[in-house]
Design a protein around this ligand. Structure first.
Ligand SMILES: Cc1cc2nc3c(=O)[nH]c(=O)nc-3n(C[C@H](O)[C@H](O)[C@H](O)COP(=O)(O)OP(=O)(O)OC[C@H]3O[C@@H](n4cnc5c(N)ncnc54)[C@H](O)[C@@H]3O)c2cc1C
Ligand code: SF4
Ligand code: SF4
Ligand code: SF4
Length: 428
């Protein structure tokens, strides 16, 4: 039998927190170790029921089985099963401006409260005391939702709020990255009570996560002490938006993309990326009811308020979009799946085209790799190999403390140039 400790030791844990959320004995705690969340098991309380392992998405995800109940009409190799794709945004200008890419997630959850679809929503804010750590909680109203708006580029474990859904009667929405939803869907298949209570799953598109040292590197580059930060936000203030860091002496803002001080290129090069993300097959949250991402499209280049790309997959997802659209809370325009692919083209190279080769390389290097159904395919062209080596090298290098320190001295524009090289490799 595989154990959670073996999954962690094999490097397959994505830190989602599902195991700690579902353990009937409360024997699992999530702790920060090596810049990531990992589970820690109290063996005295453990009864060896294996539910943690069965629901863990780290070592095994069967997409064929988990999508069976989703009633989606169309199957797409890149974006999974879906019924319709859109671009859209919240019609509340304040919400649109303050959220990540159009405020659709926050607005839709707010509409789900107004339309009496949900009683609570699992969302992710940032802690008030340890400001660079995420705070996962059940939102009950608009103010809670607004406090959790924006993408968090740090590890997120959803266990505590997931446990709350087990203990409280009601209807819940869950927001999460693809791997969170892999865990949630697996847990739902073992716990009917969870399946009954979770009525809406909103997924964020995800190229890769960023470990805690990524944020620390930005703070060091900005010459801000972590202890001095009173508030940290990665997105907001328009699109693609700014990271804002508040300290007692004021606020500093750095652009996400474009301009001299843009920080996302530093992460786009896969520095500060957990190795498990290099094994992940899901860019578009294929197990969500609705998936949301930035509409990185040429026609949106001058949109400074934010527009999301949306993939509706299930009947409950479609119903929720319709409700919010009818009450004029959101604006939608139908687009083809090709637009979704176009908006995520470099990320799809990483998640789909190169995955088979990358898993092959990792196995050749003696690493364990997860099992997915269907088995990831992909190209084995020389350029795919070059991209694979680029990604692996950067992930590997940034596990070294000395390299991480060195990276804090590299100016942001140099990361941009270096990311340009990867983009060039994607174009070939
Ligand atoms: C790590 C990460 C990687 C991403 N990668 C891509 C990508 O490759 N391509 C792309 O198009 N979009 C990506 N996104 C999604 C994008 O940044 C926006 O989150 C998405 O477009 C929704 O925007 P919104 O304005 O509707 O969200 P908002 O209305 O701002 O709401 C965001 C919601 O997401 C939740 N949330 C924030 N961070 C996390 C997190 N780390 N884990 C789980 N839940 C979280 C919050 O609880 C909040 O409810 C990524 C997001 C994250 C967090
Ligand atoms: S359930 Fe999530 S946190 Fe737990 S071992 Fe698996 S991947 Fe890691
Ligand atoms: S085996 Fe069962 S009791 Fe033990 S940690 Fe896993 S879920 Fe908890
Ligand atoms: S790349 Fe995959 S494993 Fe990594 S954070 Fe995103 S969804 Fe999770």
């Amino acid at each position: 039998m595989v154990t959670i400790n073996q999954i962690v030791d094999a490097g397959l844990c994505c830190g989602c927190g599902t195991c700690a959320g579902v353990c009937p004995q409360g024997a699992v705690q999530m702790v920060i170790q090596d810049d990531l969340y990992v589970p820690q098991i109290n063996s005295t309380d453990c009864t060896n029921c294996e539910l943690c392992v069965k629901t863990c998405p780290g070592h095994f995800v069967d997409f064929e089985v988990l999508t069976k109940t989703m009633e989606s009409d169309i199957e797409d190799a890149d974006i999974g099963r879906f019924s319709q794709c859109f671009v859209g945004f919240s019609t509340d200008p304040g919400m649109r401006y303050d959220c990540a890419s159009g405020g659709l997630v926050t607005q839709l959850l707010d509409s789900a409260f107004t339309e009496n679809v949900i009683d609570g929503a699992l969302v992710i804010g940032m802690k008030k005391d340890r400001t660079s750590e995420p705070h996962v909680f059940i939102a009950r109203n608009t103010a809670d939702l607004v406090s959790a708006a924006g993408s968090k580029y740090c590890p997120v474990a959803v266990n505590e709020a997931l446990r709350q859904i087990f203990t409280e009667d009601g209807r819940f929405a869950v927001v999460g990255l693809p791997c969170h939803l892999h865990g949630v869907r697996k847990a739902e298949s073992y716990y009917p009570i969870l399946h009954k209570r979770i009525v809406l799953r909103l997924g964020l598109l995800c190229s890769h996560a960023v470990n805690f040292s990524g944020t620390e590197a930005i703070l060091k580059k900005m010459m801000i002490r972590k202890e001095d930060v009173t508030e940290l936000r990665y997105r907001g203030r328009g699109w693609p938006g700014f990271m804002s860091i508040r300290t007692p002496s004021g606020a500093k803002y750095i652009r996400l993309t474009g301009g001299w001080n843009a920080y996302w290129s530093m992460f786009s090069t896969y520095f500060f990326t957990p190795l498990r993300c290099a094994m992940c097959p899901d860019q578009t949250a294929e197990l969500a009811d609705i998936s949301f991402g930035d509409a990185w499209l040429p026609e949106m280049r001058n949109d400074h308020y934010g527009t999301s790309i949306i993939v509706a997959r299930t009947k409950s997802g479609e119903r929720m979009l319709k409700l919010a659209e009818t009450s004029k809370k959101i604006q939608l325009r139908a687009v083809t799946a090709a637009k979704v692919r176009q908006s995520q083209w470099t990320n799809l190279k990483f998640k789909k085209s190169d995955l088979g080769l990358r898993l092959h390389l990792l196995r050749a290097l003696g690493m364990h790799i997860p099992t997915f159904t269907p088995k990831p395919a992909g190209s084995s062209s020389p350029v795919s190999l070059l991209r694979t080596l680029y990604v692996y090298l950067n992930i590997h290098l940034s596990t070294k403390k000395s390299i991480r320190t060195l990276l804090t001295y590299v100016p942001f524009p140099l990361f941009r140039l270096y990311y340009g090289l990867y983009k060039l490799l994607c174009m070939i």
